[in-house]
Design a protein around this ligand. Structure first.
Ligand code: GLN
Length: 488
C-alpha cells in the first residue's frame, strides 16, 4: 500500500487504484505482527478485516460512492463493545466475556464502512495513567520501549503511534485519551461530554466518561468525530440536537484564519510539578501567538489544587457503584473455590477478579459515599465541580480557547510511579479539568523534549465548540509543528 497520511489522501489513492482495501489491511496486519512485542492489541480480527476489505473493494468496483470511513482501518479500546467480539476492560473479571451488542460509536463506524482491525490493551476498567494496570501486561511506548505509553488508553495510542492502524478509539474519563497522545506524540481528542454516545462503553465514572479519538491529523479526528456524533436514544446524557456538530464541510477545519482570543491559567503554567522545559516551550508559543495578532491573556485559577482530589473522590464514588455489577455471576470470571455462602462467593470472585488499583478505587469510592463521610468528601467534591463549571462559563464568555500543558512531564519510565498512587494521581492535574466540566479538550503533538520524548499542547474550548477546538488545533499543527510522529 502507499504510505498512509490522512483519510482524504487514502481515499484519493483508493479511487485512483493506487491501493486497495485488501492491500491496506494486509499491510496493517503485517505491521501488527512486526510490532507484537509492544503489546498494543488484545485481539486482532485479521480474517474478518480482510473479508470486509474484499467487500469494500467490490463495492468500489461496482461504482458505489465512498462513505466517510470507507476502508479506514480502526482499532478500538477493550472497553468498547463490538457485537460477537470479546470485551474485557483488560480485567480478569471479564475473562471470556463476549459482547452481545455493539456500542453506538462502533455501529456508526461500521455503518460508514470502517474496518475494525482489533481491540486494544488498556488499564483495567480504564483506571490508570500508564497502562501498567492491565491483566494483559504493559504496553511499550514505540519511541522508547523503556517508557510507558500513558494510560489508560495506552494500547490505542501505540496502535496509532507505531502505524498499526489509521486511527483508534479510546475513552477519556480524566485524561485517558489526551495524556497517552501526549506521551506518544499523536493527536488525542476528547469531545464534549455527551457528544459521542456512551452506549456500549463499559462505565468507569458515568458523568465523566467520553469516547475519544487518536489520529495523526486533525482532519482525520474531525471525520471520525462527525461520523460518531449523531444523537442516540440509548444515551440520555447526549447533547441536545440543536448542538449538532458544525463540521458540515470538513474543510472549514483546516482553512480558518481568524485571530483567536486565547487564555492560560497562571497557576497551571507556574505549577511546581510542571517540567521547566515544557513550561518554557508553552510560554514561548503563547508569546509567539501574541506577536501574530492573537489576543493572549493570563487568567487566575485558584482552584487548580482542588481538581485532582475532586476528580478522584467523584470518579471512585461512581466507579464503586458501576463496578458492583461484576459479581462473579452475571459476567465473565467466577471463583473456582467451592463456597456455599453467597456474600462470600461475591467477595471471593471480586477479590480474585479485580486487580489492585481497581480494588483500591472501589474501596475509596465506597468510603466517600458512606454515611458519616458523604458530606465531608462527596458533597464537597461536588461543590468543587460546580465551582469549576462556573469558572469555565466565565472564562469562555471572554475567550475562544484555553491553553494548558497536557501532562506535567513526558512519558514516565516503567515502575516510576507504581509504588506511589498519589504521585500517579497528581500527574492528572491538567487533564481532569475538562472531564469535571464536561468540556472538549485535545492534545496536539507539537514538541520534542531534550530528553528525546514528545510532548503536546492541550487546548480546551467551550461546551460543544469542537469546531473552534479543531480549527485552532489545525492552525497550530500547521504553524508550530516541530515534532514528527513515528512514521510507518
Ligand atoms: N489517569 C486517570 C485515572 O486513572 C484517567 C483515567 C481515564 O481517563 N480513564 O483515573
Amino acid at each position: 500500500m502507499t504510505a498512509f497520511s490522512s483519510i482524504p489522501d487514502y481515499h484519493k489513492n483508493l479511487i485512483s487504484s493506487n491501493t486497495t482495501c485488501i492491500d491496506t489491511v494486509n499491510y496493517y496486519l503485517q505491521q501488527i505482527e512486526k510490532y507484537k512485542h509492544l503489546n498494543a492489541f488484545v485481539e486482532v480480527y485479521g480474517a474478518e478485516a480482510l473479508q470486509k476489505a474484499k467487500a469494500l473493494d467490490d463495492k468500489r468496483k461496482n461504482g458505489e460512492p465512498l462513505k466517510a470511513l470507507h476502508g479506514v482501518v480502526i482499532a478500538i479500546k477493550d472497553v468498547i463493545c463490538y457485537d460477537g467480539h470479546s470485551v474485557t476492560a483488560a480485567s480478569k473479571i471479564l475473562e471470556g466475556f463476549t459482547s452481545i451488542y455493539s456500542a453506538t460509536a462502533v455501529q456508526r463506524l461500521l455503518d460508514d464502512d470502517a474496518i475494525i482491525i482489533g481491540s486494544c490493551n488498556c488499564d483495567e476498567f480504564a483506571m490508570g495513567s500508564t497502562n501498567e494496570n492491565s491483566a494483559y501486561g504493559n504496553v511499550l511506548n514505540a519511541l522508547d520501549e523503556t517508557k510507558v505509553p500513558g494510560g489508560s488508553s495506552g494500547g490505542s495510542a501505540v496502535a496509532v503511534q507505531a502505524g498499526l492502524c489509521m486511527a483508534s478509539l479510546g475513552s477519556d474519563t480524566g485524561g485517558s485519551v489526551r495524556q497517552p497522545a501526549d506521551f506518544c506524540g499523536i493527536i488525542g481528542l476528547k469531545p464534549t461530554y455527551g457528544r459521542i454516545s456512551r452506549y456500549g462503553l463499559i462505565a468507569y465514572a458515568s458523568s465523566f466518561d467520553q469516547i475519544g479519538i487518536f489520529s495523526n491529523t486533525i482532519i482525520d479526528a474531525a471525520i471520525l468525530l462527525k461520523v460518531m456524533s449523531a444523537s442516540d436514544d440509548y444515551d440520555s446524557t447526549m447533547l441536545p440536537s440543536q448542538t449538532t456538530l458544525e463540521i458540515d464541510d470538513i474543510n472549514t477545519v483546516s482553512t480558518a484564519t481568524k485571530k483567536y482570543k486565547i487564555c492560560y491559567f497562571k497557576e497551571a503554567l507556574f505549577h511546581p510539578s510542571l517540567d521547566e522545559e515544557i513550561k518554557n516551550t508553552i510560554l514561548s508559543v503563547l508569546d509567539k501567538l501574541k506577536t501574530e495578532g492573537h489576543q493572549v491573556e493570563a487568567v487566575d485559577f485558584d482552584l487548580l489544587d482542588y481538581v485532582v482530589p475532586a476528580y478522584y473522590v467523584l470518579t471512585t464514588a461512581e466507579a464503586s457503584s458501576n463496578l458492583s455489577r461484576f459479581d462473579g455471576i452475571r459476567f465473565g470470571y467466577n471463583t473456582k473455590v467451592d463456597i456455599k455462602d453467597l456474600t462470600e462467593y461475591y467477595k471471593r470472585s471480586r477479590s480474585e477478579g479485580f486487580g489492585k488499583e481497581v480494588q483500591r478505587r472501589i474501596m475509596l469510592g465506597t468510603f466517600v459515599l458512606s454515611a458519616g463521610y458523604y458530606d465531608a468528601y462527596f458533597s464537597k467534591a461536588q461543590q468543587v465541580r460546580s465551582m469549576l463549571v462556573d469558572k469555565t462559563k466565565a472564562v469562555f464568555a471572554d475567550f475562544d480557547a484555553l491553553i494548558l500543558p497536557t501532562s506535567p512531564t513526558t512519558a514516565f519510565s516503567f515502575g516510576e510511579k507504581t509504588e506511589d498512587p498519589i504521585a500517579m494521581y497528581l500527574a492528572d492535574i491538567y487533564t481532569v479539568f475538562a472531564n469535571l466540566t464536561g468540556l472538549p479538550g485535545i492534545s496536539i503533538p507539537l514538541f520534542k523534549h531534550s530528553n528525546g520524548m514528545p510532548f503536546g499542547l492541550q487546548i480546551m474550548t467551550s461546551k460543544a465548540d469542537e469546531l473552534t477546538l479543531l480549527q485552532l488545533s489545525a492552525y497550530l499543527m500547521q504553524h508550530y509543528k516541530a515534532y514528527q510522529p513515528l512514521n510507518n
